[in-house]
Design a protein around this ligand. Structure first.
Ligand SMILES: NC(=O)c1ccc[n+]([C@@H]2O[C@H](COP(=O)([O-])OP(=O)(O)OC[C@H]3O[C@@H](n4cnc5c(N)ncnc54)[C@H](OP(=O)(O)O)[C@@H]3O)[C@@H](O)[C@H]2O)c1
Length: 133
C-alpha cells in the first residue's frame, strides 16, 4: 500500500515513522514545499512531495494539519486522488488551541470542500469535543 501524509508535524511524523517501520512508502507534504522536508526525509524515510503530488497514487491519505489550516488547503485537492483513496482526517477541533472560532458545520463544509469529485471513504478518528456546539 502507498500512503500520504499532509502535515508532517508532531503527530504526522509519528504516523510516518510507524508506516515506515512497517515497510510502507509514505509521501509527505506541508505548506512550505518539498525542499523544506529534506531533513525530515533523512530522519524518517518519508518522501517529500508537493500538496498536489501527495494525494496522487495513494491508498490512504492522512490529513494532520491544525484545523485552522484546513481552509488554506487547495480547494478540491482530492480530485487528484484516486476515488478509492481512504482519507483519515486526524485533526481536532479545539477552539482554544487554534484560536479560531469555527462552528462544526462550517468546519465540516471546509473539509468536504477538499473532496470535490473524490467520493472515497472518509474517517475521523478519536476526536474529543470539549465544548458544546
Ligand atoms: N485525532 C487524534 O487523536 C489527535 C491527537 C493529537 C493531535 N491531533 C490533531 O492533529 C493535528 C496536528 O497536530 P500536531 O501536534 O501534529 O501539529 P503540528 O506539530 O503543529 O504539525 C502541523 C503540521 O501541519 C503542517 N501544516 C500547517 N499548515 C499547513 C497548510 N496550510 N498546508 C499544509 N500543511 C500545513 C505543518 O507544516 P508547515 O507549517 O511547515 O506547513 C506541520 O507539518 C491537530 O489538529 C491536532 O489537534 C489529533
Amino acid at each position: 500500500m502507498n500512503f500520504g501524509v499532509i502535515g508532517p508535524g508532531d503527530i504526522g511524523e509519528a504516523i510516518i515513522r510507524k508506516l515506515r517501520d512497517a515497510g510502507y512508502p509514505v509521501k509527505m507534504a506541508n505548506s512550505r514545499g518539498p525542499e523544506s522536508l529534506k531533513d525530515l526525509a533523512t530522519k524518517t524515510g518519508g518522501i517529500p512531495a508537493s500538496l498536489e503530488q501527495v494525494v496522487q497514487d495513494v491508498d490512504m491519505l492522512f490529513i494532520v494539519v491544525p484545523q485552522k489550516a484546513i481552509p488554506e488547503l487547495p480547494k478540491r485537492l482530492l480530485n487528484k486522488a484516486p476515488k478509492e483513496t481512504i482519507v483519515i482526517d486526524v485533526g481536532n477541533y479545539y477552539p482554544f488551541v487554534t484560536a479560531v472560532s469555527m462552528n462544526l458545520k462550517m468546519a465540516s463544509r471546509r473539509v468536504s470542500g477538499l473532496r470535490g469529485r473524490s467520493g472515497g471513504p472518509w474517517s475521523k478518528p478519536s476526536t474529543r469535543l470539549p465544548q458544546r456546539h
